[in-house]
Write a protein that binds this ligand. Structure first.
Ligand code: TXA
Ligand code: MG
Length: 307
């Protein structure tokens, strides 16, 4: 059994695996990550292999502190402000890579920028500190499947391809980090996620929502979050035979948040889609989700899942 509770011994085992160029699945506050030494090309290649992920997709580099991140990327005033406000937490910065950075170019698909973030999960923090080098970590699932929000989800998707899955319980946020490109004059949100656009704008002013540049945001075109059955969105009345995923006070099979709380809905999103998908239904219908705050990230994931 590769799922293990966190302990000093497991932390040590994880460091050994990472040093040997292997992968370890770790909890973060967003989703579980499939982590490897970000400075080791072979180890990074293993991530792609295990996930069966197309290699042109760059990965997020996870650090334990802003200080550590600054060894690899150039911070500007906006990055400082956002880091001060939201790190550790579910937001990733795309910044120019430092000349002397030894991060694997495979991890950044050869780009001269890097995506960096500091996860807010104590186990992820402890591991990155203990290992002392940053970890590249995409979501710990096969490409084009739903992101994992528990150790059991990771195991269901990757099985014994991962030698160690550290069990940190259900993830708190439930959707991936917001990715913001800070290399542009006006910052561009490449992927909506755990920190809302509104909160970002309160800190650094206007940002645009984008990702048209194919190279800048390959992630925007991925079909990441697909259940095996058909899914319809913005449904007010489900058809006979459809399972209904609700939001707010309504009759449905599963409710993302009966009180209409978008944060609660985000945390439930992948788990509930998974549950309905596995229920033997022929199709899933999803109630309308308001398109503000975390609703933007939720609708983005739903659209990909339905496409
Ligand atoms: O919440 C998260 O961010 C999770 C947890 C595990 O931390 N990680 C995650 O990583 O979602 P991943 O690999 O699934 O998403 C990486 C995204 C990709 O869509 C990629 O396009 C974008 O980050 N990305 C990475 N490096 C980039 C770069 N240099 N420029 C633009 N986009 C980049
Ligand atoms: Mg992913």
């Amino acid at each position: 059994m590769n799922i293990q509770a966190f302990s000093p011994e497991i932390l040590e085992q994880a460091c050994h695996l990472l040093a040997a160029g292997d992968v370890v699945a770790i909890p973060t506050e967003t989703v579980y990550g499939l982590a490897a030494d970000a400075t080791n090309d072979q180890a990074v290649a293993k991530i792609y292999a295990v996930k069966e992920r197309p290699q042109f997709n760059p990965l997020i580099i996870h650090c334990h502190s802003a200080q550590q991140a600054k060894q690899y990327v150039d911070f500007d005033a906006r990055a400082e402000q956002l880091a001060h406000e939201f790190w550790p937490g579910p937001i990733t910065f795309v910044l120019n890579r430092r000349q002397d950075s030894d991060i694997s170019f495979l991890a950044s698909s050869g780009l001269d920028t890097l995506a960096v973030r500091i996860p807010a999960h104590p186990m992820a923090q402890a591991l990155i500190k203990a290992y002392s080098k940053p970890l590249a970590a995409p979501s710990a699932n096969l490409s084009q499947t739903i992101s994992p929000t528990s150790a059991v989800d990771v195991r269901a998707s990757l099985g014994s391809r991962v030698p160690l899955i550290i069990d940190g319980g259900n993830t708190r946020v439930g959707v991936e980090s917001t990715i913001i490109d800070l290399t542009e004059n006006v910052p561009v949100v490449l992927r909506p996620g755990g920190v809302s656009l509104e909160r970002i704008q309160e800190v650094i002013g206007t940002v645009t929502l984008g990702g048209h540049g194919a190279i800048k945001a390959p992630g925007m075109m991925e079909r990441h979050y697909a259940p095996s059955v058909k899914m319809r969105l913005n449904v007010l009345a489900p058809l006979p035979g459809e399972k209904y995923l609700g939001f707010g006070d309504m009759v449905c099979d599963l409710n993302l948040s009966s009180s209409g709380n978008l944060e609660e809905a985000a945390a439930h999103l992948f788990r509930m889609i998974r549950e309905l998908d596995q229920s033997g239904t022929v199709a899933i219908a999803v109630a309308p989700i308001p398109n503000h705050g975390l609703g933007l990230a939720i609708n983005d994931r739903l659209q990909r899942a339905a496409s």
